[in-house]
Design a protein around this ligand. Structure first.
Ligand code: EPZ
Length: 430
């Protein structure tokens, strides 16, 4: 088991390069198997979730070739199975995108049913409702979702709730259905737009991605393409909060500032200065941080994937803040860990009431999920003394070289794998 060990209290200063968006990349990898020609994907983040999904598509017969750390060539012409086992789904929920991709291409898919996860119950009823609207017969048997259609035909899909996953899954299947599909109340997240752009670059006919209504005219075949994934807005936002928490001055490079507007707006309310460039943002936290109110919402609202990070910084900001989580029901589990570092946060239902304290003090804490794990690292960077974050397996699902990028900004952080190494680090910094 590996840990991060951090000696906190050092302002982060300098530049950091952001990688490709993990959540766009997952859907794009699934989409790539829909072509029978070779697809080249660039700006792929080298994180655990991506590696697992690449393995999952290899398992069903796709040919995967790593060109370099961030580029992969995928060829789906030799796929010989439409079944994705629980082994993959249990490691990475987003393998459910193979349901939409396989159903669209082969009109048949069998994918293990994903259960709940660390952040909530995570139903997939809307994905299945979408497939049914395209004429698929969907059955749940022996832990597998079987989706099958003689002929997949375009249909009208109204999403009862805005869902990134369901919007993308229907987008995938509808791209190769006969005729026109309309998705209403579609998710507008940048990665939904990126997946639509990717599919269009393979010859799909998708209009309206990024708005509430997406129109898809099905095509018979998808072809080869070369595509570069958009920057990861959540990785970028995480570094923005790390800068704020440590009273630093960090320029976050290779981002689309428009995608970071909700985060930037909150940081400004909290007293940071934000400077926007064409493809970078600079966060300067030279004044005391103040409280604010936050509610997580679908894009362009404040992202749920940035909720633990802002809560962590608000806990050391002046005044009382209120953070409401409206997307996932179980996304405050890290609060107990923050309390061990001195935070004063009370969670009532889906709301956290935060009374800002002066500082965190280092402690041993455990990451309960991906974004919460990143937030605990932020707390450790701001804390007085040594913090050890256990279960960093979660963090590595979505952050490439997290500790290395932080160290380049001046943080004292190391990835270790034994108590002895923790002691060695402690001795070195004291
Ligand atoms: C995506 O999950 C992301 N994952 C999540 O990122 C992110 O938190 C979430 O979108 C919200 O932005 C990937 O892209 C791989 P949803 P997804 O469907 O698609 C309800 C991270 O940290 N719902 O938009 O699963 C659901 O319960 C991860 O990188 C249904 O009710 O989220 C939730 O309340 C964690 N029925 C809401 O919709 C359904 O069929 C939004 O979920 C589907 C969803």
């Amino acid at each position: 088991m590996e840990q991060y060990v951090i000696s906190g209290g050092i302002p982060l200063v300098g530049d950091v390069e952001i990688g490709g968006a993990k959540n766009a990349a997952l859907a794009i990898i699934a989409a790539s198997i829909m072509a029978d020609e070779t697809v080249v994907i660039e700006n792929l983040p080298d994180v655990r979730d991506i590696r697992v999904l690449l393995k999952a598509i290899e398992e069903i017969g796709a040919h995967v070739e790593r060109v370099d750390r961030h580029t992969v060539k995928i060829n789906g012409s030799l796929i010989d199975s439409v079944r994705v086992d629980y082994e993959f789904i249990s490691k990475i929920r987003a393998s459910y995108y193979l349901l939409g991709a396989l159903l669209g291409k082969y009109k048949k898919a069998e994918v293990a049913f994903p259960g709940g996860c660390e952040i909530g119950s995570r139903p997939i009823d809307l994905h299945l409702k979408g497939f049914k609207a395209l004429g698929a017969d969907v059955k749940l048997e022996y832990g597998l979702i079987h989706a099958q259609a003689e002929k997949l035909v375009g249909g009208h899909v109204y999403m009862d709730k805005v869902s990134v996953g369901a919007t993308i899954n229907v987008l995938l299947a509808a791209s190769m259905a006969e005729g026109k599909t309309i998705i209403e109340n579609a998710a507008k997240e940048p990665h939904v737009v990126d997946v639509a752009n990717f599919l269009n670059s393979m010859g799909a006919n998708i209009k309206g991605a990024g708005t509430d209504v997406i129109r898809i005219e099905g095509v018979e075949k998808l072809h080869k393409t070369e595509y570069s994934i958009i920057p990861d807005q959540i990785e970028a936002g995480t570094f923005m909060f790390a800068a704020a928490a440590t009273k630093g001055d960090v320029t976050i490079k290779n981002v689309i500032p428009k995608h970071l507007e909700a985060t930037s707006a909150k940081l400004i309310e909290m007293g940071c200065e934000i400077e926007e460039f064409d493809d970078a943002v600079r966060v300067v936290a030279s004044k005391p941080l103040r409280s604010t109110q936050v509610m997580t919402l679908a894009y362009p609202g404040y992202p749920t994937d940035m909720q633990p990070q802002i809560t962590t910084v608000l806990a050391i900001s002046e005044g009382t803040s209120i953070v409401t989580e409206s997307i996932f029901e179980n996304r405050f589990r890290y609060v107990d860990e923050l309390s061990r570092m001195g935070a004063s946060i009370k969670v009532e239902g889906n709301t956290a009431i935060i009374n800002g304290v002066e500082k965190y003090t280092g402690a041993r804490v455990a990451a309960p999920d991906l974004r919460a794990g990143a937030a605990l690292v932020i707390a450790g960077l701001a804390a007085e003394g040594i913090t050890v974050v256990d279960d960093i397996y979660y963090v590595e699902r979505g952050y490439e070289d997290f500790e290395k990028k932080l160290a380049l900004l001046g943080a004292k952080i190391e990835k270790v794998s034994s108590e002895k190494e923790i002691q060695k680090f402690t001795l070195k910094v004291s």
